[in-house]
Design a protein around this ligand. Structure first.
Ligand code: AMP
Ligand code: MG
Length: 340
């Protein structure tokens, strides 16, 4: 199989009708969202969800985010407490996933939630939202890449990785946000961050007036007690004290470099120079002006590009940790973590 690629901006009606045909046939499609490209399928159809896991080689205990057209649709499937509803109203459509209790007999299949009694819900911007409105069923959609590899932010990234395993790729250009959604869960009136992402933690804190508790990751050697969060899953499946490898290029990754070594691919941030850059095999910059939004949008594309140089190591200069920098540093640490 070689995927058919349809350009949404050139053929929007064809993109919509072909996508619906493939989805109703119980097959996954790759589609653009503002975060990264997703591998989307009918969240109510177990065979369709199974194809997502198979296509990605993703472990089935890792739940999928269910994408909805709007908050009204989301409330058919999940129960929203006042804080979650406020967050939804403020940030949807957008790069925020809310983990809420799953409604009984909601129709979302347990394969999508990995058997949990909660569900991660997000409303994407643009074409994906429009498609879901027409489909009128939630789309389960993880990133459209082989599990553990770098997330795709363009149709070309998807085609190179999964092009011979899926029927249809919708091309919507470069992903605007470029990193996955921020995942938040309200629990006993506390607000917990399960994954940093495209909405900065500070924005969530200033909207709610609540402190956003950061995840206790496997890296710290503790378990969080969370039923099914990424941190907890990693804590269970990884050796204690090791950061789980994810978003991994083929090359090794060296972080917070102060000096580049000869032959490395070098990724800079802002105007600060790194000694040894002249001997690098290739030099990129996430954002010459030091804009974290631009850096997030370019992160995976530059990791893909640096990896394509065939270097042994990708060296990355320090990136500030505030705002979207939290998500950028999270992805970089996982890209650089020891491989299984
Ligand atoms: P992704 O890997 O981008 O597809 O995002 C999926 C992640 O969302 C999972 O690895 C979990 O961390 C999180 N997630 C999705 N559904 C749930 C849920 N019901 N409870 C806790 N975390 C969830
Ligand atoms: Mg992913």
């Amino acid at each position: 199989m070689s995927a058919r690629i349809i350009d949404i901006s050139r053929e929007p009606d064809l993109a919509l009708s072909e996508a619906l045909t493939v989805l109703f046939a119980g097959q996954p499609i790759a589609l653009p969202t503002e975060t990264v490209y997703g591998l989307a399928a009918d969240a109510t159809n177990p065979a369709a969800i199974t194809r997502i896991y198979e296509t990605k080689g993703r472990p089935r205990f890792n739940p999928l985010i269910c994408h909805m057209a709007d908050l009204a649709m989301a409330e058919r499937y999940g129960t929203f407490d006042p804080v979650s509803r406020r967050l939804a109203e403020a940030f949807w459509p957008g790069p925020l996933t809310l983990v809420v209790p799953l409604k009984r007999n909601s129709g979302i299949h347990s394969l999508a939630t990995a058997g949990l009694d909660s569900v991660g819900i997000r409303v994407p911007r643009g074409f994906a939202g429009e498609l879901i409105r027409r489909f009128d069923r939630p789309l389960a959609a993880p990133s459209a890449n082989t599990s553990g590899r770098i997330s795709p932010t363009s149709a070309r990234h998807v085609a190179e990785d999964l092009g011979d395993r899926i029927a249809l790729i919708l091309d919507g250009g470069a992903a605007m946000v470029g990193v996955e959604s921020t995942i938040v869960k309200v629990e006993d009136g506390r607000l917990r961050l399960l994954r940093p992402g495209g909405v900065a933690a500070e924005e969530i804190e200033s909207l709610t007036g609540l402190y956003l508790e950061r995840p206790v990751t496997a890296a710290s050697g503790e378990t969080s007690g969370e039923d099914g969060s990424e941190a907890d899953i990693e804590a269970r499946i990884e050796a204690p004290g090791m950061l789980s490898s994810h978003y991994a290029p083929k090359a090794g990754v060296r972080l917070n470099v102060e000096n580049a070594r000869p032959g490395e691919a070098l990724i800079l941030f802002g105007s600060r120079d790194v000694p040894g850059a002249d001997k690098a095999a290739a030099v990129y910059n996430l954002s010459p002006s030091g804009d974290l939004g631009e850096a997030a949008a370019r992160l995976f594309d530059l990791l893909h590009a640096a990896d394509a140089c065939g270097v042994d190591t990708i060296a990355v200069a320090p990136v500030p940790t505030e705002g979207l920098g939290e998500a950028i540093n999270d992805r970089l640490e996982r890209a650089g973590a020891p491989r299984p």
